[in-house]
Write a protein that binds this ligand. Sequence first.
Ligand SMILES: [Fe+2]
Length: 410
Amino acid sequence: MRWTLVIIIILSIEIYAFQSFKTLFKFNWISKVYLSINFLIYIFLFLSYLYLNYYSLNISDLFYDYLSIPMAFLITLLGFKLIICSFLFFEDIVRILTFSVKFLFSFNDSNDIFIQRRQFVSKIALFLASIPLPFVVYGIFKGRYNYKVINYELEFEDLPEKFDGFQLTQISDIHCGSLKNSEEVEYAVNLINKQKSDLVLFTGDFVNSKANELIKWKDVFSKIEASCGKYSILGNHDYGDYVSWDTKDEKKKNFNQLLNLQKEMGFKMLLNENVKISKEKQSINIIGVENWGKGGFKKNGDIDKACQGLNNESFKIVMTHDPSHWEKKLLNHQTHFHLTLSGHTHGMQFGIEIPGWIKWSPIKWAYKYWAGLYLEKGQYLNVNRGFGVLAFPGRVGIWPEITVIKLKKI
Ligand SMILES: [Fe+2]
């Protein structure tokens, strides 16, 4: 029943939107190309569905290999059609009202004006609906690999002298299961190493849902280098919560596999704990918490436990996946956290950013702190825009990020 309703709605949108092509191009080659593209996408998705069912495969195992791009095109084209439909619908309302008035007052007018108006509205609708299409295509094939190194120099009065000029690189949200082009990923890893940072800090979501996504990329990410170490924390996707497991034991095995693989890649996972980075008898502390997110997200992060053994005066850098943790728990905590590093939002992989002019993404309606550097109550937060992609297999306007932060003493 639910599927019948979905099919009726999609068919109605298809038929209604096609009216604009029919009005402008009749059934010439443009209409035929448009219909063929639609037909091929539907056929491909239908065959994929049959294939998954026939071999009893889990959709999440194959989504990013085969289905994500046609699905993205399907959704983009649906958006394109909905824009056209809204224009045609508005024009139809005007048409009905005009006909009613003509009927009531017995006007006798030429039909040409309606045909011309229909053509004009169809042209405007097609033009406006087409604007996002090249951006989406660019986002899928290029934008997702448009890695940006974002540099900050942050000054602190109480930074230990020996750490003046100390540099850290933050990466976040790799989402291995969605990675495709190994050359581009190798390029990004080289770019990380070129920064020659003392520390590399990874702020969660190495995978989409299962630890085995990491196996294929283990060698590449093992190449990341940092003289003072590589540290990581868990993101909401790292717990295996987004797939169904036959037994609790299987889920636990998956979790342990993720921890082991990260260890083998040289990352020290911080699970509500801290570590001291020392230089000539001076030190700073890196504090790593488990995922803590507002709303329905997992709340395993425990900042008090993670700070155990630290004194109030030490210089503290916190790694916490979700920036809402900073907003809700860290910002008003009795302890002063000099710098907090987060990710999670991906900047929704969609938005507009022109430094100094505009910074916008729809994600700002869900997260107050959603991308870039923030300073509140003398404490910094950096929200990394993420390395990989999730759900939509592309990025438009919000590019994959490698953050480089130099600490300076004043
Ligand atoms: Fe993520």
